[in-house]
Design a protein around this ligand. Structure first.
Ligand SMILES: C[S@@+](CC[C@H](N)C(=O)[O-])C[C@H]1O[C@@H](n2cnc3c(N)ncnc32)[C@H](O)[C@@H]1O
Length: 246
């Protein structure tokens, strides 16, 4: 009798340890079945906004704001100097970093009334022009950034703060890479942690999609900025030799 009691006392910790080993084994098997982090498909950090029923519909939506006469009055009066001042600081820094020089041929993509073009000229980059759906002569000419009206390898420098307005981000970036000279610089201001306005056509959640889209360029740097609702400046340099073409 005494022996039986002792045996049952002994078997309790035994059972406990056995269960612990079995549980640990199950846990290890479960862990080994999980995909490794580097094997996981990245979550897309670039989302195209739904709701544009056609390209015409998208263009019409963009034009609604850009052609608004009251807003154009504000952009060309109250807003004019304030925006030029801020753009001037951004461009001066890029000049200081030797990413932009007075001899750069520069393009501002989606320049609306062209405060950024004016700022480039004021910092000494005289050969500068803007592109927008609505022209604003002499600084901004008419054109669609999905099909830039320029020859290949025209510019040394392109600036844009309208990536979020691209319905086709691959074409937007493709056109910048096409019209940049080899070694040319593209500086983008984008909204990563904030959502941009109702005229945006896409939302960006990190700079990873930009790195993928700029497949013929190298990332020079990115930094936080305060640029009219846009929080990140990303700078790329177009490669002199793109291995893809050989
Ligand atoms: C937020 S505003 C930026 C204006 C200007 N860069 C500034 O900071 O004052 C966006 C501009 O992108 C232009 N835009 C939108 N879609 C475009 C397209 N497909 N091609 C060219 N410009 C476009 C609009 O007309 C508008 O002027």
């Amino acid at each position: 009798m005494k022996e039986t009691i002792n045996q049952s006392k002994l078997s309790k910790p035994k059972t406990f340890f056995l269960s612990l080993i079995i549980l640990s084994l199950f846990f290890l098997i479960f862990l080994s079945l999980q995909p490794h982090k580097s094997m996981q498909k990245p979550i897309s950090d670039l989302k195209i906004r739904p709701g544009y029923t056609s390209y015409d519909n998208y263009i019409h939506h963009q034009l609604q704001k850009t052609t608004n006469p009251n807003l154009r009055k504000i952009w060309t009066s109250t807003d004019w100097h304030r925006k030029i001042r801020v753009f001037t600081q951004f461009f001066n820094r890029l000049k200081h970093e030797k990413l932009l020089t007075n001899s750069s041929k520069a393009l501002c993509v989606g320049a609306r009334v062209g405060q950024e073009v004016e700022a480039l000229k004021r910092v000494g980059v005289n050969d500068s022009v803007g592109l927008d759906l609505v022209p604003y002569p002499p600084n901004v000419i008419k054109g669609d950034f999905h099909h830039q009206p320029f020859d290949d390898e025209t510019f040394d420098f392109e600036f844009s703060n309208v990536f979020d307005h691209a319905l086709y981000p691959d074409k937007f970036v493709g056109e910048i890479q096409r019209t940049l000279k080899p070694g040319g610089i593209c500086a983008l201001h984008v909204a990563v942690s904030r959502r941009s306005d109702k005229y945006s056509a896409n939302d960006l959640y990190s700079i990873e999609p930009l790195k993928e889209l700029f497949d013929g360029s190298d990332l020079v740097r990115s930094r936080k900025v305060d640029g009219f609702g846009l929080d990140t400046e990303v700078v790329f340099r177009k490669r002199k030799f793109d291995v893809k073409n050989y």
